[in-house]
Design a binder for this molecule. Structure first.
Ligand SMILES: NC(=O)C1=CN([C@@H]2O[C@H](COP(=O)(O)OP(=O)(O)OC[C@H]3O[C@@H](n4cnc5c(N)ncnc54)[C@H](O)[C@@H]3O)[C@@H](O)[C@H]2O)C=CC1
Ligand SMILES: O=C(O)[C@@H]1CCC=N1
Length: 304
């Protein structure tokens, strides 16, 4: 295991320690096609949540053409994760097939596995941006059961916000199973499929926007004389604390909205309002809104 992966697993375990095991039916075999950032995070999360341990443990199978699946299975050796060399064999053995490949590779994989998917009739789970349930059903054998899940990169530390939507042929049990699996890497929300593109802007892609904000804030700290590593550490805690404050208020009776919270920080004639007004003059809110609009538009293009 790389030190980065070990650190991510350790952090994920500490974030997850009070979360119950995911509600996946006993003995389910879940096969992952592709074992990159997202599938890797889900597999590690499922193992850390205890899905592959004890009575009725699930079996997790992974495959990929480039060595990432073999490396993942090696990292989790003895913990219920097996590498399968051929994707066809993985589909034959799986009750659930999770597609952890880039959206442009999804049609290639479906074409390659058409026969096995038609025979096995496993539940298909897509993590791909842009590809709608209708588009996925079009590419799959007649009658396929499909669930779309849209996690984000925070799945690697058990703090994803994951959207879920099911095709008309998928059952409540199918959706609940995927909900259970994705609960191993954070919070889940069932949303209308029409809102998936907007969700990508707000949660799937937004970690990259927030990382950029953290980087810019830290760089401003360096400009003001603080060493970079210390600036990043300070900013990260400030961003985490701000998010936790919004979350606590949202759950409280008479909780404050983000606008109320901005007002609470802005003393009349003070430092914050001076900074905020300068940021808005430079187009801060508008830049964020335009960024999300472009993300939503790109998600529509990918699905076209
Ligand atoms: N990275 C992110 O933050 C998020 C990604 N997603 C979605 O998750 C999916 C996977 O993205 P990442 O994990 O970031 O990609 P990645 O590039 O990290 O991993 C892709 C995996 O697919 C494998 N692969 C490539 N061609 C293949 C083929 N023909 N057959 C089988 N496996 C193949 C690669 O070896 C690799 O293991 C994408 O559809 C993306 O839209 C969704 C939400 C967030
Ligand atoms: O950019 C992408 O394709 C994926 C979808 C959500 C986050 N990353």
């Amino acid at each position: 295991m790389t030190s980065q992966a070990a650190h991510a697993t350790q952090q994920a375990q500490s974030v997850r320690q009070d979360r119950p095991c995911p509600a996946v039916p006993p003995g389910t075999t879940i096969g992952f096609i592709g074992a990159g950032n997202m599938a890797g995070a889900i597999v590690r999360g499922a193992v850390a949540a205890g899905l592959t341990q004890g009575q009725g443990a699930a079996r997790l199978l992974v495959t990929s053409p480039h060595g990432s699946a073999a490396a993942l299975a090696g990292e989790l050796a003895g913990q219920g994760v097996e590498h399968v060399a051929q994707a066809q064999d993985l589909v034959h053995a799986s009750d659930v097939v999770v597609l952890g490949v880039k959206p442009t590779i999804v049609p290639v994989v479906f074409e390659q596995l058409r026969e096995e998917l038609a025979e096995r009739r496993a539940l298909v789970v897509s993590l791909a941006a842009g590809l709608t349930l209708a588009r996925l059903e079009e590419m799959l054998p007649e009658g396929a059961r499909v669930v779309r899940a849209m996690p984000n990169v925070a799945a690697a530390v058990g703090a994803s916000m994951t959207a879920l939507a099911a095709s008309s042929r998928a059952s409540e049990e199918d959706l609940a199973l995927v909900e259970g699996l994705m609960a191993a890497v954070g919070r889940t929300a069932r949303i209308a499929e029409k809102d998936f593109s907007a969700f990508v802007g707000l949660a799937g892609s937004s970690p990259a926007f927030v990382f950029t904000f953290i980087e810019a804030l830290a760089r401003a700290g360096v400009l003001a004389g603080i060493p970079k590593a210390q600036a990043v550490d300070i900013v990260t805690q400030a961003v985490l604390g701000s998010a936790l404050t919004v979350q606590a208020d949202a759950g409280a009776e008479d909780g404050r909205t983000p606008t109320d919270l901005v007002d609470a920080v802005c003393s009349p004639g003070g430092t914050t309002v001076a900074g905020l007004v300068a940021m808005e003059r430079a187009g801060f809110s508008n830049a964020v809104i335009e960024g999300v609009r472009a993300t939503v538009a790109r998600d529509h293009e990918l699905g076209a």
